[in-house]
Structures are given as C-alpha cells and as structure tokens.
Ligand binder design. Structure first.
Ligand code: E4P
Length: 216
C-alpha cells in the first residue's frame, strides 16, 4: 500500500520524506489556505521534494473552467494529478482530461456508486473520505471495502486513495481491505511510529547499558 501525506505544509512533507516512506502528496483548497501561500508555488515546491503523484485541486464549478485550471496546474510538473470534486461537471472534466492523458483524482467521494462513475469516466484515482463519514455516525470503511470489491470484480484500473484519515486504526483497516493508497495527515503518521512498549523498551535498554558500563 502506498502512503501519501495529506498536507500542504512543506516542513511536514520534508520531515516525512526523510523517513523514506512517502509515495505522494494530496492537498485540497482548505489545506492550501491554511498555509497562506499561492497554490502554484506550493505545488511546485512539493514536486521538488517528493517524486510521486501530487494532487492539486481545482476550484471552478463548471467543466470548461475545471479543464482550463487543470491544464495550467499540470504544466507545473509531470507528477501533478488534478483533483476534481465528484459532480456532473466534475465527471465531464474528468472525461475530457483522461482522453488528453491528464491524471485525475476524483475527490469528496462518499459512496461506492460515486466511485464507480468516477472510474468509468476515466479517473486515475478516487478519494473516499473515511473520517467525515465516521463523523456523522456511518461507516467510512464500508464504503472503501465496497469500492475495492467493485473495482476488483470489474478489473477497473482506477486506484483508491483512502482519505480523511483520523487515526492509525483507519490506516490499518485500509491496508487490510487492500487499498492502493492511504493519504495520512502528519500527526497520524507520527502516531503510527509510536508505541508505548517501544518507548519503555528503549529506556530500559539504555538504563541496562549504562549500568553495565559503570561496572566495566
Ligand atoms: C483528501 O484528499 C482530503 O484532502 C482530506 O483527506 C480531507 O480530510 P479531512 O476530512 O480531514 O478534511
């Protein structure tokens, strides 16, 4: 399973890239706004750090403008993937872009039916949002499982990026259902590294080593 980071923060991306675990990056307009920087500058900088798919989202609401925006963004770097929300205009744009060889990530997916349509219109990736579904008391992982089953049955090549990840358990469950990619916030990546028994183990090893050094 590939691991992307879900952030537009350069520091977080750099630190995670140094760990050798990073396969790509996803951003969205909220994450870009949080950094208070220009979208194109941020995306170019991310592309210079990570060699993998980098999702940049369009903000237009009609297909023609989405396509225009997508073409501008895809000029930034060969790894740029255009993130487009699932809706009628979005699917039209995905259909046009896929025929022109521009990769797309269809986002804000909350049902397997939406994912199926996005795949059929030529999406390279679909992003089901697990956490936001859990937040309203439904099962986000069920949707990912359904999408995975459907794509397998019909041999659809669209990759699933599990998004809106809130905790390490989400990542584990996504790995178990065979997700292609999981896009994880920096905080959750850090939580995944940690285990209280590891901390206790490191402390104990050091204490024992220091004790024996004193004896020698
Ligand atoms: C997906 O690509 C989105 O950027 C992201 O995962 C949304 O997560 P949120 O629900 O934490 O905003």
């Amino acid at each position: 399973m590939k691991i992307f980071i879900d952030t537009a923060n350069i520091e977080e991306i750099r630190k995670t890239a140094e760990l050798g675990i990073l396969d790509g990056v996803t951003t969205n307009p909220s994450l870009i706004a949080k950094e208070g920087r220009d979208l194109k500058q941020v995306i170019s900088e991310i592309c210079s750090i990570v060699d993998g798919p980098i999702s940049a989202e369009v903000i237009s609401l009609d297909a023609e403008d989405m396509v225009k925006e997508a073409k501008e963004l895809s000029k930034l770097h060969k790894n740029v993937v255009i993130k487009i929300p699932i809706c009628e205009e979005g699917l039209k744009a995905v259909n046009i872009l896929s025929k022109e060889g521009i990769k797309t990530n269809v986002t804000l997916i909350f049902s397997a039916q939406q994912a199926l349509l996005a795949a059929k219109s030529g999406a390279s990736f679909v992003s089901p949002f697990i956490g936001r579904v859990d937040d309203i008391g439904n099962g986000g992982l069920e949707i990912v499982r359904d999408i995975s089953d459907i794509f397998n049955i019909y041999g659809l090549e669209t990759q699933i990026i599990a998004a809106s990840i809130r905790n390490p358990m989400h990542v584990l469950e996504c790995a178990k259902v065979g997700c292609d990619v999981v896009t994880v916030p920096y905080k959750v990546i850090m939580q995944m590294i940690k285990h209280p028994l590891t901390d206790i183990g490191i402390k104990k090893f050091l204490q024992d080593y220091k004790k024996s050094n004193k004896r020698i």
